[in-house]
Design a protein around this ligand. Sequence first.
Ligand SMILES: Cc1ncc(C[n+]2csc(CCOP(=O)(O)OP(=O)(O)O)c2C)c(N)n1
Ligand SMILES: [Mg+2]
Length: 1030
Amino acid sequence: MHCLRTTVTRLQPLRTAQTAKNLSQTRPLMLERDLRMCQPVRCLSTSVAAEPFLNGTSSNYVEEMYYAWLENPRNVHKSWDIFFRNANAGAVPGAAYQSPPPLLGPSEGTASIQGLVGAQPNVEKLVKDHLAVQSLIRAYQVRGHHIAKLDPLGISCVDFDDTPCTCLFVLPFFMSLFSTGLYGLAESDLDKVFRLPTTTFIGGNETTLPLREIIRRLETAYCQHIGVEFMFINDVEQCKWIRQKFETPGIMQFTLEEKRTLLSRMIRSTRFEEFLQRKWSSEKRFGLEGCESLIPALKTVIDKSSQSGVESVIMGMSHRGRLNVLANVIRKDLEQIFCQFDSKLEAVDEGSGDVKYHLGMYHRRMNRVSDRYITMSLMANPSHLEAVDPVVQGKTKAEQFYSGDTEGKKVMSILLHGDAAFAGQGIVYETFHLSDLPSYTTHGTIHVVVNNQIGFTTDPRMARSSPYPTDIARVVNAPIFHVNADDPEAVMYVCNVAAEWRNTFHKDVVVDLVCYRRNGHNEMDEPMFTQPLMYKQIKKQKGVLQKFAEKLIAEGVVTTQYYQEEVVRYDKICEDAYSRSKDEKILHIKHWLDSPWPDFFTLEGQPKTMSCPSTGISEDDLSHIGSIAASVPVEDFTIHGGLSRILKGRANMVGQRVCDWALGEYMAFGSLLKDGVHVRLSGQDVERGTFSHRHHVLHDQNVDKRTCIPMNHISPDQAPYTVCNSSLSEYGVLGFELGFAMASPNALVLWEAQFGDFHNTAQCIIDQFISSGQAKWVRQNGIVLLLPHGMEGMGPEHSSARPERFLQMCNDDPDVFPKHSEDFAVHQLHDCNWIVVNCSTPANYFHVLRRQILLPFRKPLIVFTPKSLLRHPEAKSSFDDMLPGTHFKRIILDDGPAAKNPEKVKRVVFCSGKVYYELIRERRNRNMDAAVAVVCIEQLSPFPFDLIKLEADRYLNADLVWCQEEHKNQGYYDYVKPRLRTTINRTRPIWYVGRDSAAAPATGNKHTHLVELQRLLDTAFDLNAFSGKC
Ligand SMILES: Cc1ncc(C[n+]2csc(CCOP(=O)(O)OP(=O)(O)O)c2C)c(N)n1
Ligand SMILES: [Mg+2]
């Protein structure tokens, strides 16, 4: 059995050395903010540590005295006045203190205190005792949570400081306090009256209290069923706010009505799980038993938030209690939940669907407490714990953005976590670090941890190195409210405070529901295999509903009959829904959609058309957007000289009616913005662009923080453009952007990796959400991934965006030539899980971005983007290729001599990406333009079977080669080869030209790189390379 570690030593005062240092060094800095209120700034110059009557516990008290004295010397006792005067006059350490005149004389009207202290007060002792009390109060505030009774099982062993476990709960805390002789206080001091410092609210309207009462109130505030961790927060006002919420006497009281509502919520939560258990005892549901108070917890947060104006709540959570949350928080129809248990029902929607505890939901309903409508969505999520966190945040941000909710007053997020996952998964950290960034903040998230003190079969001693599973939240100064989940009233109270905190400060907050898991990890698991003692204890544990009902009955809040009727009433609701669920014949996954796009599809949820208009734009628009891209559209703004040259270069290009890559992108973004489509580009250093080609944010060289985004100056009624450098995270930021893109189809949301290979730290988002999200959750998403890719001699890192991985996850069948249809290309796009392209011209990049929005449905788009091609003189496009009537080219045909005399062509080289330019150059150098045709495949997936077939048929006498610069086991080859074969019905061989298979993506040696490149080019143009081979 674990030992409940609680020891007085944890409430030890701070050491003298620490506080003396604080006071003489760090405090003036720390107080900079505080001192704004009481200028001019003066510092206590004496070495306080050297004063005879001061010890390490005194720093706060002395500071308080000092600041009171600064305001008015009469605010403090004469002795302090003399002391501070002397200290300020430069008295040497030890000399500032003078024996004061008698303290608290009758003339001051404090006879009672003097009476307690004694007729001949020992002033030194009095001051020391006051300082000790001050320290004691602070110790409770800082460390009270160490000894709060948080664990319903009474077995938790939170290792705060590696000191040996000592179980002291047998004694009231203050008894043990004196027995250990801390603070210099003796039991005989218990009835002495002390003046309370201003850093506590335990006095209520009283300014003095006997020590016994001080301790009692501190124990009530900090050491019962709530443990408050907040003293690490840097903001003084925020700390004070929390102290007030927990210390004020009698603050945790509820009306009879509130208690009854709480009981009814507990009944729903508990009886729902029991109902499922009765009906489907052998089904996995990851029930909530042991943490039933989660449901009232969430409902309290939602009620309170709705009362303060929140209209939409977006939630993310894992498996534990998910069905209960759907039923009793989101209020999904019970019969639809019960249907999910019927294995005989057939799903009508396309795609794979997902298990019941992963599906999402969206629901708008009236909140009875606030009398206001509120929309709630629970995001669908994969099994991968915590992966949904940034997605929820992104969607929340988007909803805030679209509703003009700049402070998060209308839209908020709630994230639920498991204790093991919260501590173990790095994405939690990445998500927290987005919480205060201007383009990513959602203005405060309420985190609720279902801390059942176990993760599957692993207990906390093996699962984390921090005392609490919630310690991660400290990095963003979020207060953490630990609460014993077997006390529903305490749970309700902290949830109220959490919602108020979010509403007041718009910052994250954590509620740690310390509970247990009554069953195994799922209902089939046997927990006694691995946690025998814990589960012996759990078996003895009375259910929380029963305990709470008994309490309310004993208090006279409800009668036994009332309670029993409520239970019967809810059971009947479940039974009725169960009967109705039997009538259902089919399952509709689309009833579980978390992010509907109401007007985007037909009522049946289909695309409104199956065609895509031209993605070209007018000459005027090209010129206008080009001119914006080449200008600084605000007055008196000095840009860097190098940038002036870049802008001048752009102006020249516009004059010549051509675009390079950056300008092509500008044209795409600018034209969409002009048409009212929001564009958001996010990722590391995207504002300038990793390769210094983009420059979407201009910086005034003379004025700090003055910036200009020309893209927002295209037209007065344009949509806003957001371009934001992100934190150095891929998993978190890509997840965030995916969530942002989920909120509306009418936005182009792009995430750019610094280099393409870095996407693999976000692999979970790519695998679990982007490639398979629609199949699992019937939810489309048009996110764009820009992945710089290309073998340029930069070594194994930075070279490959791993096209093979994206292509391997494409759902098109390599062995089937798709049926021909009108708008073949659009149908293909409609049926695919995502689109993978490598554009070799700026015009094609321009078109593919615009196509994302002009398509009548949404698919993720993966773009392998160039590095050296950004500045390649030939990688330019004419405005002619971007005018109305033009389209994205799925392949770029050979339009030279080879195409004119196709029967003379000996070889067709199919390729994709940068190698296209290398092949063209090599062919020119070898004068082989008539003998070899080069065809560049721009859209790799869905594979352009139709167009490739035309090319293969055109060059009937040629051998067919696939050429790539990537290694053979990488790049496109494995994807392209079977599809090329299917295209030509396996009538001709497909030859491979490229680097050999390898473990690393590229050589680290520049010379080797060049040799390899030349070798592959040699083979590509050696017309005998494959003779005799078959
Ligand atoms: C990223 C990830 N790794 C592993 C798992 C497998 N797994 C499922 S539940 C679970 C334990 C989760 O424990 P906790 O977060 O405490 O939640 P609880 O089940 O206790 O509510 C594990 C390891 C997973 N789902 N996701
Ligand atoms: Mg757990």
